[in-house]
Design a protein around this ligand. Structure first.
Ligand code: ADP
Ligand code: ZN
Length: 726
């Protein structure tokens, strides 16, 4: 027998199948990951086909081994890989790699999984262990065990060198625990709160649960209208029919809140998949799904590839979130993948949001999606009152960060023991440091942007490439004492809050405070348990969270998102502010939202104030129509990238000419222009944009260009079909 194997080599130059002989002693199935000899190396690959004949003269090599006998891509996922390749123009192997957990190296012992086993785990903070390893500076069984524990959290004791385990235990660095096989363990909770659905919720539930075919539903429900409650009921019904469900959420912070509710309802039938899990946890969850023990998978974008069988429903919560689009290869959108899978299983797809994208809403109004509405808050909550504060006037009064109204409201809340959320969509301390003496500004040497100052570490960082330097005391250019901190970040807001409200308990949640594993959970649970009065954070805290005691939401600098140069900046601002407002007044306490801005007359902000999505939709659809943007036109973004300025420019001009000559006459080709961040990681980037409605030549033309650039070593072409931003 012969196997067609796709080599794990993510370059399009060798993105094709190679034939290998199957040794008689190995049991090979289509979809398995195998080790094969390739160019004198051993490399991983996927078996995509098995044949019993081979009629070439070239002598074939043999498959060496199977990476993991349990890990088999289903027929559905193999087809999905083809779909991703065809629709995003990625190498086929990247399409398969994105479906699997990154590490498959953990050995599986194939014994009975219901037994308790002895594991070893770290007995000290990860930082302490890291420090110990740095000082220890030796490579032996002991250090190997510690490094593996840092990666995988826990290891089966019997797989480790036992005398090394003993020494590490004697040093107090590790301890033994007895546990069930899987790293994430869930106990069923008996006091689950299930609400009786109200009339609107019931209507939505009935419509979707009576549908046994592939249809896409847009569930447009205001914040707090009980969408999640409907999801839980739909999933419950699907599980009772012995089918499975996927629930996607936009951010890890939201899986935390939701996972607790799912555990309450479905116990150990739930699996979680997101990037903050350790490699070991991901692997376990993946296996649990493959073995059919999980019936519900909840997670972020890549959880859409969960190897569930017999899917009965797919739900995408907060469908407007841009995190559903992957920004590097393969540039897929989880909603498209969901659509493929729902169609394959002939089951409904539900897109939920209080502020759907204009694309989704337009489709719903045209009848392409079925439109369902939840118009009232489900619990006792009422929609909050929203006020817009003119910061131009406040600055004249000397209030640079917090307006008088916001300060008074915070004081009021602290007095009444009600909680507060403060949102600022910028992390760090200040967004630029400039010298008032000579005008020097700290800039990234690799990218075309200024560096952000982080006070806690006293350094300046590039938020694009990660470049970091220590801050100087004096200006590095003129050596005078003139450095000024401009632009506001969450770190600075935190220190200002501490000064203004010394008695308040404040917690900050942004990318900088959530790098440690488990920190999302800790912040959210502590805030929910009223261990803090004020939660301060970036857009990470704006969506989906349900804190009954929050009655005040303050939004600092609402202009920061309005001014982002993107055709979506109005839409983003509206949904960010509307969602953030939705965090206030979710119980019987009346909520209040204060939006601080330099443009108090801005139309988008006033739509938020009126809580009027319809009005915003009409206004913005008209803009999009005039500007020929989605949903009226589809977009393709092409970037020609090179570290050689001239080569990048010359090639982008050639690309434009080719496109103009070969695309449909109704398509519009714009550019080349310099990309938004022109220099990024020392690469120059020129952008070309295609706007089209119907273009039968498009994919052929893009493939042609793609193939030309594959063989160039010093210039790259990045193609993004349906990009979120251009
Ligand atoms: P959404 O997902 O639309 O923001 P949730 O499902 O989180 O809304 O519901 C908001 C709040 O209302 C939650 O505290 C939830 O427990 C409560 N809730 C939901 N449905 C009902 C209902 N039918 N009756 C009473 N309370 C409900
Ligand atoms: Zn940089």
């Amino acid at each position: 027998m012969y196997a067609e194997v796709l080599i794990e080599y993510p370059t399009k130059k060798i993105d094709k199948y190679f034939t290998y002989k199957i040794p008689s002693k190995i049991d090979i199935k289509v979809g398995m990951k195998v080790k094969v000899p390739f160019n004198n190396k051993v490399i991983n690959g996927f078996v995509v086909d098995i044949k019993d004949t081979y009629n070439d003269t070239y002598e074939l090599k043999e498959i060496i081994s199977v990476v993991d006998p349990e890990l088999i891509l289903s027929d559905e996922l193999i087809k999905l890989g083809e779909y991703i390749k065809d629709n995003t123009l990625c190498p086929k192997i990247s399409a398969y790699q994105v479906m699997l957990p990154s590490s498959l190296k953990i050995k599986d012992d194939n014994t009975n999984y219901n037994f308790y086993k002895t594991y070893i785990v770290l007995n000290k903070d990860r930082e302490e262990i890291q420090e110990y390893l740095d000082n220890y500076n030796k490579e032996n069984y002991q250090s190997d065990i510690l490094y593996r524990l840092l990666d995988y959290d826990k290891l089966l004791k019997k797989d480790c060198n036992l005398s090394a385990v003993k020494s590490l235990k004697d040093k107090g660095l590790i301890k033994e625990i007895k546990e069930n096989e899987y790293r994430i363990n869930i106990s069923n909770n008996s006091n689950v709160i299930k609400h009786r659905l109200n009339e609107e919720q019931l209507n939505v539930y009935n419509t979707i649960s009576n549908d046994n075919s592939f249809n896409t539903y847009l569930l447009e429900g205001i914040t707090g209208s009980g969408k999640t409650e409907v999801y839980l009921n739909l999933i419950d019904k699907v599980i009772k029919e012995d089918k499975t469900a996927i629930l996607l959420v936009p951010e890890i912070s939201l899986t935390v809140a939701l996972v607790n509710r799912l555990y309450d309802w479905f116990g150990s039938k739930v699996s979680i998949l997101h990037s903050a899990l350790s490699k070991g946890e991901k692997y376990d969850e993946y296996l649990k799904i493959l073995r059919g023990e999980s019936k519900v998978v909840v997670g972020t974008r890549s959880a859409i590839f969960a190897p569930l069988k017999n899917i009965g429903i797919i739900i995408i919560d907060e469908e407007h979130s841009d995190t559903y689009k992957q920004e590097n290869t393969p540039r897929y959108n989880a909603i498209d993948i969901a659509s493929f899978r729902a169609k394959y299983h002939n089951s409904p797809l539900v897109l939920g949001s209080a502020t759907p994208t204009l694309e989704s809403r337009a489709r719903a109004l045209k009848g392409v999606y079925k439109h369902l509405l939840l118009t009232k808050r489900a619990g006792e909550g009422m929609l909050p009152s929203v006020s817009i504060v003119d910061m131009v006037k406040e600055i004249k009064k000397g209030n640079y960060i917090f307006s008088e109204e916001l300060i008074n409201s915070i004081n009021n809340n602290l007095k009444n023991k009600e909680q507060i959320i403060i949102l600022l969509n910028r992390r760090g301390y200040s967004t630029t440091i400039t010298c008032s003496n000579c005008g020097y500004t700290y800039k990234c040497p690799n990218c075309d942007i200024t560096l952000t100052y982080h006070k806690s570490t006293n350094n300046l960082r590039c938020h694009y490439c990660g470049y970091t330097i220590k801050k100087d005391d004096m200006c590095p250019n003129c050596h005078e004492n003139g450095l000024n901190y401009l632009g506001l970040g969450t770190e600075k807001v935190e220190s200002e809050l501490e000064k203004l409200f010394p008695m308040a308990r404040i917690v900050r949640m942004d990318q900088d405070t959530t790098t440690k594993k488990g920190s999302h959970e800790r912040i959210i649970n502590d805030f929910k348990d009223y261990k803090y009065d004020i939660l301060l954070g970036t857009q990470m805290i704006s969506k989906g969270l349900d804190f009954p005691k929050v009655t005040l939401v303050g939004i600092l600098n609402a202009d920061s998102t309005l001014n982002i140069p993107s055709f979506r900046s109005n839409e983003r601002t509206f949904s960010l502010l509307y969602q953030a407002s939705g965090r206030a007044g979710r119980s019987n306490l009346k909520g209040k939202v204060i939006i601080q801005t330099y443009n108090p007359d801005n139309y988008v902000l006033n739509c938020v104030k009126e809580n009027n999505y319809n009005k915003f939709y009409e206004y913005e659809m008209n803009n999009r129509k005039i500007m020929k943007y989605p949903p009226y036109y589809f977009l393709v973004s092409l970037k020609v990238v090179s570290n050689d300025y001239k080569k990048a420019l010359d090639n982008s001009t050639k690309v434009v000419n080719y496109l103009k000559n070969n695309l449909d006459k109704t398509s519009i080709v714009l550019g080349p222009t310099t990309a938004n961040i022109f220099k990024f990681n020392n690469m120059y980037r020129f952008q070309i944009v295609i706007k089209y409605r119907f273009d039968n030549y498009l994919i052929k033309v893009l493939n042609y260009l793609d193939n030309i650039f594959i063989n160039m070593s010093d210039v790259n072409l990045e193609i993004d079909i349906n990009p979120l931003n251009i």
